[in-house]
Design a protein around this ligand. Structure first.
Ligand code: SF4
Length: 300
């Protein structure tokens, strides 16, 4: 496997070229893999979690750092435990023994080379369940290409369409262009979704979009793009779980509240009008902080 040179990381579109053996990049991380939690997770889409749960491995650090992030402690690079590649492979195998429907790598972009090695090791040692790559979609196309043969299911966000919104909330005005290209490669790698007899996804790409307060127009432009590019059969998940983190209204007054029922329904109606009937719709009750798991090193 031909990984990018470790002395000059360019795994994500920050393209910061950091020598991660000696210091942290903009993602907040050195080349030491840190995991904040590895446990069964029941709150993904039904085709991912099922009844048994998804084996979620939450990585510390993030290339995006959205201002509204609900996992911001770990996204900022704080907490978690350092793991070696063999330990990560053992975590995957343990989650399978706990009856997880898949291994769900949450925000793994900045650790892609280690994740690929750990997955290969776990497969050699008997791992059978699908590997899910759950991402904010700010990786390069080259990084996605590295995942061919490792990842079975991509679960990419498509967060913002408007460059100004992406700049304001993630300092990433090129977000849409980057994410659209990455998602294009993901869809190409997996092909159309495949489900088992229980309706659990075994292969495929499921695009997620979280509706933000005051930004339904941006959501609708994203859905227009997805329907135009991938057609009506695309699997999408329209999320209503935005939760204002304490104090966010001081710098971003428009983000200081939850999404209203009217805003969410407007976006869902738009998806249905576009013919996107393979859309997962969220109950608004899930927009509670209690659905944010404890990032206390559980299972690491
Ligand atoms: S993954 Fe981290 S170190 Fe690598 S390019 Fe992105 S921000 Fe920089």
């Amino acid at each position: 496997m031909n990984f990018p040179p470790a002395e000059e990381c360019r795994l994500c579109r920050r393209n910061c070229g950091t020598a991660r053996q000696v210091r942290a990049g903009r993602c907040g991380m050195t080349d030491e893999v840190r995991v904040a939690r590895a446990a069964l997770h029941m709150w993904e889409e039904p085709c991912i979690s099922g009844k048994e749960g998804s084996g979620a491995v939450f990585f510390v650090g993030c290339p995006l750092h959205c201002v509204f992030c609900q996992n911001r402690e770990i996204a900022a690079g704080r907490g978690g435990r350092a793991v070696t590649v063999p330990e990560l492979a053992e975590i995957f195998l343990r989650l399978e023994k706990e009856n997880a429907n898949n291994i769900n790598l949450v925000t793994p972009t900045h650790f892609v080379p280690a994740v690929i090695e750990a997955a290969a090791r776990a497969r050699e040692n008997g791992l059978r369940i699908p590997i899910v790559y759950n991402t904010g979609s700010y990786e390069t196309v080259k990084t996605v290409e590295l995942l061919a043969g490792t990842v079975d299911i991509f679960l990419p966000d498509l967060k913002f369409y408007d460059p100004e919104i992406a700049r304001r909330y993630a300092d990433a005005p090129d977000y849409f262009e980057a994410a659209a290209a990455a998602i294009g490669k993901m869809a190409e790698l997996t092909g159309p979704p495949v489900f088992d007899g229980r309706g659990i996804m075994q292969r495929g790409t499921l695009v997620r979009h979280m509706v933000m307060p005051s930004h339904t127009k941006d959501s609708m432009r994203i859905l227009d793009y997805l329907a135009d590019t991938y057609g009506k059969d695309l699997y999408v998940s329209i999320m209503s779980q935005y939760t204002p983190m304490p104090g966010i209204e001081k710098r971003f007054p428009e983000l200081g509240r939850r999404v209203t029922r009217r805003e969410y329904e407007k976006v869902v109606d738009h998806a249905l009008a576009l013919g996107l009937t393979n859309a997962y719709i969220q109950e608004r009750e899930t927009a509670k902080e209690s659905f944010i798991p404890a990032f206390d090193g559980t299972g690491v």
